[in-house]
Ligand binder design. Structure first.
Ligand SMILES: *Cc1c(COP(=O)(O)O)cnc(C)c1O
Length: 396
């Protein structure tokens, strides 16, 4: 193969070269006297990305799913009622986990292409005067459908009902890429992973926890869920000294150091603006492709990290993905679950710039035509190019 394989799935994302190099180092002693200082620096800087002053951040050697599990096990009890909504593969899996861990989820099913039903949440919270709902779950960015939801509005609904439920947010494909505000939105548990906005390999489950959730964790007592590997208590005891209760993934932590430097040196708001500009370029291309539409059903749902795109009528999206991969060395995201064959995805998060994205759009455009779509050659890429010409890069 000449050149390299192009990666445009919504995670794992492309690694910045400095991050990759930072992880290429000999094994080190995770109990070295200066290792704790290094870890404290990581935990402090993660708070800046999450935009939080109080609370704590945990780094588990797991993927994002492990951090989902840690969040539930450490703050809820078996039998607890929780309010959830399902509108894509990831929100579906989260509800499934809640059930398997013994919670009683009240699940609102929403048409795929829309996001968290804030008004329904508000009505349920208002009606729950006995405060039997212990937590409210929000999938901030549904990666399967390219739908972003309004977390701040859910916080407002909780406050309007004067409801004490914890606010859980799945930010795996949003945090470090699009606006996320742990403190300002009053989020209690926010889950992320290393292989999306943090531009690292998979292997770190990152979880931010509010003071309120930490207090609840301390008072769970006998009725709590059994937990060991993911125990906050064990993690807090060792993290306070800068170490871990088990062997940390030291290479990934070195990579995280460089990733945090890149994100914070650029400025997190600049990172959000870069993602917004890239996403709008992809949406311009989709709009120009005859017969293609976004799965997201309106601008209020548009995700700035991933676009899920319906193939035109009669075109199998699997053929588009396959042509892109085999003919043009480009990985596009597949249609998950009920979107299989109907949609493909372009991931536009992480270490990307407009010209890289023009490559993805060109590959998708050629692959669409190879799969039988009657789109005008060059229509999407021209629209994206004009968008990038007309807009200025975030941060100059
Ligand atoms: C990727 C993703 C997950 C799963 O994370 P893993 O790291 O694969 O365990 C969960 N939620 C969302 C929204 C995701 O994008």
């Amino acid at each position: 193969m000449n050149g390299h394989q192009h990666l445009f799935v919504p995670g794992p994302t492309n690694l910045p070269e400095p991050v990759r190099q930072a992880m290429n180092l000999p094994m080190e002693d995770m109990r070295a006297p200066d290792f704790g200082e290094f870890v404290h620096g990581l935990l402090d800087d993660l708070r800046k990305v999450y935009r939080m002053d109080g609370g704590r951040v945990f780094i588990f050697p797991s993927s994002g799913t492990g951090a989902w599990e840690a969040a539930i096990q450490n703050t809820l009890q078996p039998g607890d009622r929780v309010l959830m909504s399902r509108f894509g593969q990831f929100s579906m899996l989260w509800a499934d986990m809640a059930e398997r861990l013994g919670l009683q989820p009240d699940v609102i099913d929403v048409e795929w292409g829309k996001g968290v039903p804030v008004e329904d949440y508000a009505a349920r919270l208002e009606a729950d005067t006995e405060h039997r709902i212990k937590a409210v779950f929000v999938t901030h960015n549904e990666t399967a459908t390219g739908v972003a939801s309004d977390v701040a509005a859910v916080r407002r609904a909780l406050d309007a009902a004067d409801h004490p439920a914890l606010l859980f947010v799945d930010g795996v494909s949003s945090i470090a890429s699009i606006e996320f505000e742990m403190d300002a939105w009053g989020v209690d548990l926010a889950v992320s992973g290393s292989q999306k906005g943090f531009m690292l390999p998979a292997g770190l489950g990152i979880l931010a926890v509010s003071d309120k959730a930490l207090d609840i964790n301390k008072t769970l007592g006998e009725a709590a869920m059994p937990r060991c590997y993911f125990s906050f208590e064990d993690m807090i005891r060792l993290n306070d000294t800068g170490y871990f209760p088990y062997t940390p993934a030291t290479q990934l932590l070195r990579g995280l150091r460089t990733s945090l430097d890149l994100l914070l040196d650029a400025g997190i708001e600049t990172v959000w603006a870069r993602h917004a500009r890239l996403a709008a370029g992809v949406r311009a291309a989709v709009q120009a492709w005859d017969g293609c539409t976004l799965v997201a059903q309106g601008p209020q749902w548009h995700s700035d990290t991933v676009s899920a795109i319906f193939a035109p009528e009669g075109v199998d999206a699997r053929d588009v993905i396959s042509a892109a991969y085999y003919t043009y060395q480009t990985s596009l995201g597949s249609g998950l679950s009920q979107l299989a064959g109907r949609a493909f995805r372009i991931g536009h998060l992480g270490s990307l710039n407009p010209v890289m994205l023009c490559g993805a759009i060109s590959a998708a455009e050629m692959a669409l035509r190879d799969a039988g779509a009657r789109i005008e050659p060059g229509s999407g890429i021209a629209a994206a190019q004009e968008h990038f010409r007309d807009t200025t890069p975030a941060g100059g």
